[in-house]
Design a protein around this ligand. Structure first.
Ligand SMILES: [Zn+2]
Length: 385
């Protein structure tokens, strides 16, 4: 069939582009079907999108058929079979416990997009299931940069990164004192998958030692949803009515993290999970890199000119400009860099330095470095004074 008859919609990459976000939306809706009465309607809507992408006689044809596909590797869906993106085709979205898998949070969320031709996602769907991270960031920053005052914008964005969760009263006081802008839609209740209910009826959450957002709770295992924040804990119930449940670390990672303390869920709030993933998680690395460069003796400006890029570094008489990229999927990062070539050098933080060679091979003209190499370069510039 000629291209003008089938159009771009017959392009395998374009089909995959529609199927992955629809599959993610259906998988999320399935996990909350007992809490939201129209969740099954969302699964049905997404089944329609997946059916349309596959064409007659291919792929799942009922909501239950789609759900059973989501318990297997996405690559088994005809639209994704034989594709070059092996990362996404290995992903299973739904675990046997009917929860989203870690891969759904880490990888599939980088493929989230508004689903073309489908109605807007219902209010109860978190933004990360249906908006591209860039859209969430733009939407958030638009609120923060109201007035186009650089100093206030940096203070508001930094506040969000440093205070993604806390007690309602504490957050209210901090916002009032500092005069920063709260995030769009404000702070919300701690999500249910991040809360532990003790047998005595009290409920608790724990901030991640790296990003300070509530860690996910599955049975007695507690860990941050962002896997590079690698600490994993086992919880032990409180022994007396006056005490709190406690955590003990069970992974063999970095030993230097402070052990998080349980906080009461009542009266606690946090930013929306989309803002956490798209703004807080990268922001934590941006602030950490800033700190380590300043310790070397450099001067670092955050998000200059209302976020034209991430860091402007002055070291002796040299200046450097970089944008940090913290994608789980190197494939997705390459696609995004191709569609919007960066104005400044890309910096891969320590947790993502392994992506350097993949990026160099795929995009030979890209200016890219790693946190380690960049620190060495800045140190060298400072030594020449
Ligand atoms: Zn974390």
């Amino acid at each position: 069939m000629t291209r003008w008859l089938t159009g771009a919609r017959d392009d395998p990459a374009e089909r995959a582009h529609r199927v992955v976000p629809a599959a993610l939306r259906a998988a999320y809706a399935w996990t909350v079907r007992h809490e939201h009465h129209d969740a099954m309607r969302e699964v049905a809507r997404m089944t329609g999108v997946v059916m349309e992408a596959h064409g007659p006689g291919h792929g799942p044809t009922t909501p239950i058929g789609l759900i059973s596909c989501l318990r297997r590797r996405l690559g088994l869906l005809p639209a994704l079979a034989g594709g070059r993106n092996t990362e996404i085709s290995q992903v299973v979205l739904l675990g046997s416990d009917d929860r989203l898998t870690p891969d759904a949070y880490d990888l599939a969320c980088e493929y989230a997009l508004p689903v073309h031709g489908a109605p807007d996602a219902p209010q109860w769907m978190p933004t990360w299931t249906w908006m591209h991270a860039d859209q969430i960031r733009r939407h958030t920053f638009k609120t923060l940069m109201d007035g186009r005052d650089q100093e206030r914008y940096v203070a508001s964005r930094r506040f969000l990164v440093e205070n993604p969760a806390g007690l309602r009263s504490e957050l209210g006081e901090l916002i009032a004192e500092s005069g920063v802008r709260p995030p769009p839609r404000g702070y919300t209740a701690i999500p249910s998958g991040h809360v532990h209910r003790s047998p005595d009826g009290r409920s608790w959450w724990w901030p991640c030692a790296v990003c300070h957002w509530p860690m996910a709770v599955a049975g007695t295992t507690v860990r941050c949803r962002h896997r590079p924040h690698s600490a994993v804990y086992r919880l032990t119930e409180a022994t007396t009515a006056a005490s709190r449940p406690s955590l003990s670390r069970i992974d063999e990672g970095r030993p230097r993290l402070a052990r998080p303390v349980a906080r009461p869920t009542a009266d606690s709030l946090c930013v929306d999970s989309g803002i956490w993933r798209s703004v807080v998680v990268p922001g934590v690395s941006e602030l950490r890199v800033k700190r380590s460069l300043e310790e070397l003796g450099a001067t670092v400006e955050l998000w200059p000119r209302l976020d034209r890029y991430d860091l402007h570094v002055r070291a002796a008489d040299e200046e450097f400009t970089v944008d940090l990229k913290e994608y789980h999927s190197a494939h997705r990062l390459i696609a995004d860099l191709r569609s919007r070539p960066p104005e400044v050098r890309i910096l891969l933080p320590k947790t993502h330095e392994h992506q350097l060679e993949t990026l160099r091979t795929a995009l030979p003209s890209l200016r890219v470095t790693t946190e380690t190499k960049f620190c060495t370069e800045v140190r060298r510039a400072l030594r020449t004074v």
